[in-house]
Design a protein around this ligand. Structure first.
Ligand code: GLP
Length: 240
């Protein structure tokens, strides 16, 4: 595992954006696995800036997002589809039909998860997956206890995750269920870039990257992947 230590959130964002842009420049037809949450917003902003300067071209890139809330339509401002359109896709020259996410409106979980997993396989697999880390160690929406061998599946969100994500719901109730790539799906990505920022992530970063590999800390499985880059700011990397 490679670790890049950044000064702060914007330095972390630029460093991680550099890695993603290198991937796109080296393989303009690559498949990027993307994430939501607060952590990647600065990465997307930086990539947009470089796109506007003419340094990166997304016209042949395909993206596959990690997860989506079950029951939320793409037009719902709390859906991850909406988030991605707003913070990234709407600002770059990616073709909307090349941006894939689980369909939150398909209520047949088994059918939707099989469709998404097959799609990842048919497209040739993810070249580079961007990941955040939840405070309880979750990656995507793989909560503590999630089986390492699971691929894309439906999940019930833990109270702590719903609480953490409440800030995005302006007082409305956050959904209880989601579809997420499984640990196995994530581990199949050829390269993984994890971004972490802020003091509140320091303990879980230590557990995930230096602690025992256990489903109780889903992110700890990343210790078994052979191409992981961790990019964090000083506060988040304080204990490692
Ligand atoms: C959410 C997302 C994850 C994300 C995590 C961390 O629950 N499903 O993909 O990595 O939260 O979020 P943040 O970056 O806001 O701390």
């Amino acid at each position: 595992m490679r670790i890049y230590r950044a000064k702060d959130f914007s330095d972390m964002s630029r460093k991680a954006a550099n890695i993603l842009s290198a991937q796109v420049i080296l393989n303009p037809q690559c498949i990027l696995g993307l994430a939501t949450g607060a952590s990647p917003i600065g990465v997307y902003q930086q990539l947009i800036e470089w796109y506007q300067k003419g340094d990166i071209d997304f016209s042949e890139v395909k993206t596959m997002n990690l997860d989506e809330y079950r029951g939320l339509a793409a037009g719902n401002k709390h859906s991850y589809r909406y988030f991605m359109n707003q913070y990234f896709f709407g600002e770059i020259n990616i073709h909307p039909e090349n941006t894939y996410m689980p369909n939150g409106l398909e209520m047949d979980a088994e059918k939707e998860c099989r469709r998404y997993e097959d799609l990842i396989y048919r497209l040739g697999g993810i070249d580079m997956q961007l990941l955040g880390l939840g405070h309880n160690g979750h990656i995507g929406f793989n909560e503590p206890g999630a089986a390492f061998e699971a691929d894309t599946h439906g999940v019930a969100l833990s109270p702590s995750t719903r609480e953490a994500n409440r800030r995005f719901f302006d007082g409305e109730e956050a959904p209880r269920e989601a579809y997420t790539m499984g640990i196995k799906t994530i581990m199949r990505a050829r390269r993984i870039v994890v971004i972490v920022s802020g003091e509140s992530k320091a303990e879980i970063v230590q557990k995930a990257f230096l602690g025992p590999i256990t489903p109780e800390v889903p992110g700890s499985v990343l210790q078994l992947h052979n191409n992981v880059t961790l990019v964090g700011d000083e506060a988040a990397l304080r204990l490692i």
